[in-house]
Design a binder for this molecule. Structure first.
Ligand code: SF4
Ligand code: SF4
Length: 204
């Protein structure tokens, strides 16, 4: 599942720097190219294209919607089931907004027909540990590691915030930077946590 227009770009989610070249764990099965979805509805994507959104333009240049969920299910059944289960479990997504897409450029062998000029959403997939890749994708282990690293970073951030609160001389002032208040610090931590809330960061 692509994060298009959900929290900005995928690289925003990763801290604005992008994640650099990914290790080559891909089995070249082509299933992700035949079962793409986005958090934004197809209608929303079309609006974004009309407004010149580069990522939406790139996405709809290569991806064509399936006529129905059943048609997508015939192509990549386990991925369609996985995505529908994710959507059904969330309050902020509606089943009627889900569209599955297949790429115009994936070959019958599952390879990329435009590999050297494939768009960024393909170069950076999976964008992060929670991107819903098809079951059995070669990136499963990599995604597990990414999820664990991200959780660790969030926990470290929360722990540091608690320690600073305890060290504060008056419960309001940052103990190491007196020009900053603890409210500033809490706001900063909340801002950093925001993109990960949908993946459960409140409980990490
Ligand atoms: S589903 Fe995973 S292993 Fe298959 S082509 Fe996509 S990235 Fe590669
Ligand atoms: S452009 Fe290539 S990598 Fe991207 S979805 Fe199409 S076939 Fe897959």
């Amino acid at each position: 599942m692509y994060d298009l227009n959900y929290y900005g770009t995928d690289s925003d989610l990763l801290g604005g720097e992008g994640q650099g070249p990914l290790p080559d764990f891909c089995h070249k099965c082509g299933r992700c190219c035949r079962s793409a979805t986005t958090y934004s509805s197809y209608t929303k994507l079309q609006e974004m294209v009309a407004n010149g959104d580069k990522e939406a333009v790139d996405f709809l240049e290569i991806f064509e919607p399936y006529e129905s969920i059943e048609a997508a299910r015939e192509a990549v059944p386990d991925q369609v089931e996985q995505v529908l289960n994710i959507v059904a479990s969330r309050d902020d997504m509606k089943l009627e907004d889900v569209t599955f897409y297949h790429c115009r450029f994936v070959t019958a062998e599952g390879l990329c027909g435009i590999y050297e000029r494939r768009p960024r959403c393909c170069r950076e997939a999976p964008a992060h540990g929670w991107s819903a890749m098809p079951p059995g994708c070669g990136f499963e282990g990599w995604q597990f590691e990414q999820r664990e690293n991200q959780k660790r970073m969030i926990r470290d951030m929360k722990r540091s915030a608690y320690v600073l609160e305890q060290m504060s001389p008056d419960g309001k002032t940052h103990p190491l930077r007196p020009e900053t208040t603890l409210d500033d610090l809490r706001a900063l931590v909340a801002e950093k946590l925001k993109p990960w809330k949908m993946f459960g960061s409140d409980h990490w």
